[in-house]
Design a protein around this ligand. Structure first.
Ligand code: NDP
Length: 330
């Protein structure tokens, strides 16, 4: 018998106006894939906010079930790596963009896209981390591959109160970095300090066009903001330092000069979580188990129900979400 479940469905009318509805679907309506997963937890990332509000062209196939990440249990599998009952995580691969995503009771995907849920994590914890937290760890791994260590000097984290930012602060501080947190919400300084930030700066210091080179203030950083902020971060990076760029909360542009690169040997490291190879994903999740304090994870995340996803999608784009939001699908 067909299984029915609730899903968020984003569609477009003939005039290309976007509509967001809650629909009742059957498993027969899911897209092609060799593994069907009962979604236990998902989350609201910045990109999900873009998809649901239609503010950026994240959705590229209509209609679409948004939701770029989930954790759950395999309900059926024709893939050699997975069997019924396995606990799995999915991040990216176009899920929620071109392939039906996480905001549904069931998801059917390509088994190559899944990784095993680490034994140490519950589906809920994995989604408290979510794509934002996994991206923060990909950023840290990129800095390490570049030879960055805490001894080199402080690390800056921009978009500090966001999902990437809060996890990046927590991980970097556990690894021994002195963390400088840049935020528009300095009222949250006590929270950021509790995660491990040792200095809080107002993001206004970095969000207006500045000089090609400034005082050397940090040796490395995780930037989820892009645009003028990233240009200023690069201009104030120490000789031989590196910045991992993963986001665009301020904008997609990057109005920089080559000065930081050719006069200070600064490196800009690009981070793409969507198409990251499986081995790197597994490494990132294993390191999250090791280097992310679960007490801090609890403090930086809160839980909502399926019915609150749409409102939260709007809130995240308006900068009203602190840390991470987990959606409990049970
Ligand atoms: P959040 O909305 O949770 O965090 C973004 C933070 O950026 C906000 O909390 C805010 O922090 C800051 N911010 C928002 N607007 C502005 C602005 N206009 N100028 C300066 N700062 C601003 O989003 P996520 O953490 O989920 O994602 C962060 C970014 O990373 C997004 O752009 C997202 O698309 C990108 N991303 C990229 C991935 C990849 O694969 N490369 C994967 C995951 C995310 P505060 O209030 O502290 O200033």
């Amino acid at each position: 018998m067909a299984q029915t479940f609730k899903a968020i469905l984003v569609s477009r009318d003939d005039d290309k106006n976007q509509h967001v509805d809650i629909a009742e679907l059957t498993d027969a309506e899911l897209m092609e894939g060799d593994v069907t997963v009962a979604v236990e937890a998902t989350t609201v990332n910045y990109k999900d906010g873009l998809a649901i509000t239609g503010k950026s062209p994240v959705v590229r196939r209509w209609p679409m079930i948004p939701g770029i990440d989930f954790a759950g249990t395999v309900a059926a599998s024709e893939h050699p790596d997975w069997k019924e009952g396995d606990k799995v995580i999915l991040n990216g691969w176009g899920v929620g963009e071109t392939h039906y995503g996480a905001y549904a009771g069931l998801a059917r995907v390509n088994g190559d896209w899944l990784i095993a849920l680490p034994d140490a994590l519950t589906p809920h914890q994995a989604m408290a981390i979510g794509t934002a937290g996994y991206t923060a760890m990909l950023s840290v791994l990129a800095l390490e591959r570049h030879g960055i260590t805490p001894e080199r000097g402080p690390a800056i984290v921009t978009g500090a109160n966001g999902g990437v930012g809060t996890v990046a602060i927590s991980v970097l501080s556990k690894l021994g970095y002195e963390v400088i947190a840049s935020t528009g919400r300095t009222s949250e300084s006590a929270f950021l300090t509790s995660l491990g930030a040792s200095e809080i700066i107002d993001r206004a210091e970095l969000s207006e066009p500045g000089r090609p080179l400034g005082k050397e203030r940090w040796a490395s950083g995780v930037d989820s903001v892009g645009s003028v902020t990233l240009a200023n971060v690069l201009a104030q990076t120490m000789q031989g330092g590196a910045i991992a760029a993963c986001g665009l909360a301020q904008g997609m542009d990057l109005p920089t000069t080559v000065a930081p690169f050719i006069l200070r040997g600064v490196s800009l490291l690009g981070i793409d979580s969507v198409m990251a190879p499986r081995a790197l994903r597994e490494q990132a999740w294993a390191r999250l188990v090791e280097d992310l304090d679960m007490v801090k994870l609890e403090a930086l995340s809160r839980t909502i129900g399926f019915g609150e996803i749409i409102d939260t999608a709007h809130a995240i784009l308006e900068g009203r979400v602190r840390g991470r939001v987990v959606v409990d699908m049970a």
